[in-house]
Design a protein around this ligand. Sequence first.
Ligand code: PMP
Length: 405
Amino acid sequence: MHTRDQRFARRTERMQGSAIRELLKVTEIPGTISLAGGLPASDIFPVQQVAEATQRILKNNPAQALQYGTTEGYTPLRELIIERMRQKGIHATVDNILIVSGSQQGLDLIAKILVDPNDRLLVEEPTYMGALQAFNPYEPRYIAVRSDDQGIVTEELEAALQQGPKCLYALPNFQNPSGVTYTLERRQQLVELAGRYNVTILEDDPYSELRFEGEHLPSLLALEQQRVQQPPERPYAGNVIQFNTFSKILTPGLRLGWVVAPAEVIRMLVLAKQGTDLHTSTFNQLVAYELMRDGFLESHIPLIRETYRQRCNAMLDALERYFPEGVRWTRPQGGMFLWVTLPEHIDAAQLLSRALEYKIAFVPGAAFHPCGGGQNTMRLSFSSSSPEQIDEGIKRLGSLLKDTL
Ligand code: PMP
């Protein structure tokens, strides 16, 4: 832990910048191929549709669009969200939904209302670095449970639950960073075990709609509703809190996400959010509503899926072709990332400094491990580069690896 400037609060000790982030600034140098950033594909952003929706809002509803709004969020948008969730087997009422300024804000707010210093948080390993950044200022202690190619290893979960964690943070679909998806069996075991130990599950689910291979699997929230036999007309009142977002199915620049939780949790989140930003941008909520009510997402999401399928395949083909023996990687069925495991003696952070000389960037895996380890791993993102760039990037990385091994 670094020494704190005495002007800053104690919680800032856990808010460290990363050396890797500094290194990755050079990815802006022309000619560098970055497989590092977790950016959605900007070449397929619905620019025209957003422009038209914006015009309509300013013409038809300017006073509301430009005014303060309620903290809970724009009710017609919450109702559309509920309708879309219903098609995926999830029942909720507007009392169960809070619109947030990106699901990242949801992660911060939930920690703000649930986590006291030294509370234990159970996370899978590796896990989403941004969640650790959101949780860290509230000073939790982490319990890490291993994950494999079927998701969080449920055989090891019970021992971890016995240590009394306050919540369990889980990413069941095309995980950031690993690209791994939990099997149905692991999902069921997880929900059943967390229910037995009465531990709240924080289900982060930004990628489930980006499946380009295989069958959709029910979310932990849907399984929880089956477990507690939730009557559809009543507000949801189970053990799973779900975080979701428009960032990956519309555009991240709108900063729009939503939280699904029992009504009393939403009420507390509302109070926490009032202290943070009063409410999420009314204007942006109206833009999303305007696009969604015309069914635009139903035609746009398949385009995103197809784009990522092609890019993921390009990456898998290139890995096959250019990477040396002894290196393993995951085969994602959706999302934006895959995960590479190098031989034990290779340090991916050191490799990155050399990779930048070859004008290729990735994220070394250690930062996704809250309890240490993962030095020989890396995250590669396929979402925001063309198949040609991906091929060239993996080729450069492959020849560097062959040199290094
Ligand atoms: N959770 C996960 C797993 C993510 O990958 C991201 C985006 N990188 C977020 C949450 C935050 O997304 P947003 O705030 O844009 O909704």
